[in-house]
Design a protein around this ligand. Structure first.
Ligand SMILES: NC(=O)c1ccc[n+]([C@@H]2O[C@H](COP(=O)([O-])OP(=O)(O)OC[C@H]3O[C@@H](n4cnc5c(N)ncnc54)[C@H](OP(=O)(O)O)[C@@H]3O)[C@@H](O)[C@H]2O)c1
Length: 333
């Protein structure tokens, strides 16, 4: 089969299509013929060498949709020929509150979805939501399960609450916007780009401010008219520090990423005086994934920024490197 193989860490040009052995399913496993795969920031961290436990050569990619072409046992055979999406969380473990020590993601060190075929546990395939295109279905798994767990399982967002989502151009952030709007929340966003704020309004955001301007929390507070109940943040750094100022007393902050690195100075007094609840969130359990798909089945659609052919994976990575994307970047296989 053809697969995108990363043999050397570095820039996007290091991702090259090669011939690679076909995966063979073992007991409890199926092979999926990949029709579309999508990029996540994790792939960029790995490509640049900024991720723990990198093993090369690697086939990156956590997200895919396609059809099941082979099964390792009778259980998997019921999936043969069916269109599926793949849950990229492997071996979550028994505790629903947090993943266990064996937890890992599809796509390094396991062979990922930037390929014509991928092998996964049969328990990780789910029927593709029928109202979604292949590209939309491929855009779902990692970003949407992360957003779903952050908003629903961890923050327990209620209809009528005010939710602020930082860095709305990101894949997880945009999934969070569409999910929060479908839950009945009023959503405000931040972005480095005014154009992205305008686009977010088309997907249901009530408004937004650029996080490039100093004092953005005050501007956002004036826009909303009251402090938000929940802030969902994947940026970390100064943005997370400022979220402590912005959130209402007794409010919740869910953190799922650190694109901007560590928080430079943590104002501990803010946390205890305002009785802020800071909740970490990573990926999701099989239950989170299944409930996320149920929510999309009500008609919710993910936002696709652009579609590239597998051969043009370097261009797709150059786009995510640029930060110009609004939504998910998809590879058509
Ligand atoms: N814990 C988990 O399970 C999990 C899962 C998925 C992702 N993550 C992490 O979450 C982060 C986002 O992932 P992704 O795949 O959604 O990334 P992505 O699609 O590449 O988006 C990254 C986004 O970061 C935003 N950003 C940049 N500077 C910012 C700032 N100063 N303040 C606020 N936002 C800023 C940008 O938003 P604008 O373009 O709007 O400026 C950009 O679109 C990454 O760090 C990733 O590793 C964690």
């Amino acid at each position: 089969m053809r697969a995108v193989v990363l043999r050397e860490l570095g820039d996007a040009g290091n991702l090259r299509v090669e011939e690679w052995p076909m995966p063979v399913p073992g007991p409890g496993e199926v092979v999926v013929r990949v029709r579309a795969a999508s990029l996540n920031h994790r792939d960029v961290w790995i490509r640049r060498g900024q991720y723990a436990g990198i093993r090369l050569p690697a086939i990156l990619g956590s997200d895919a949709t396609g059809e099941v072409t082979a099964a390792g046992d009778a259980d998997g055979k019921s999936w043969l020929g069916r269109e599926v999406v793949i849950d990229p969380s492997l071996e979550w473990g028994p505790d629903l509150r947090a993943q266990g020590g064996d937890f890992h993601l599809l796509g390094m060190p396991t062979e990922g979805t930037y390929a014509e075929f991928v092998k996964v546990p049969a328990a990780n395939v789910y029927a593709k939501p029928s109202h979604l295109t292949l590209e939309e279905a491929a855009a779902l798994p990692l970003a949407s399960v992360t957003a779903y767990r952050a908003l629903v399982t961890r923050a327990a967002v209620q209809a009528g609450e005010i939710v602020v989502i930082t860095g709305i151009g990101g894949g997880v952030a945009l999934a969070a916007l569409t999910i929060a709007v479908s839950l009945g929340a009023t959503v405000y966003v931040t972005s480095g780009s005014e154009t992205k704020i305008a686009s977010a309004k088309q997907y249901g955001a009530a408004g937004g401010v650029t996080h490039r301007a100093s004092g953005w929390p005050r501007t956002l507070l004036e826009m909303i008219g009251r402090r938000p109940d929940v802030i969902v943040d994947g940026a970390g750094g100064d943005t997370l520090a400022q979220a402590l100022d912005l959130v209402k007393p007794g409010g919740r902050i869910v953190t799922y990423g650190a694109t901007c690195g560590a928080v430079p100075s943590l104002e501990v007094r803010r946390i205890f005086w305002k009785q802020i609840d800071i909740r970490g969130s990573t990926m999701g359990t099989p239950e989170d994934f299944s409930r996320m798909l149920d929510l999309y089945a009500t008609g919710v659609r993910p936002v696709v920024d652009s579609v590239f052919l597998l051969e043009n994976v370097a261009q797709a990575h150059a786009r995510i490197d640029s930060g110009d994307q609004f939504g998910k970047i998809v590879l058509r296989v």
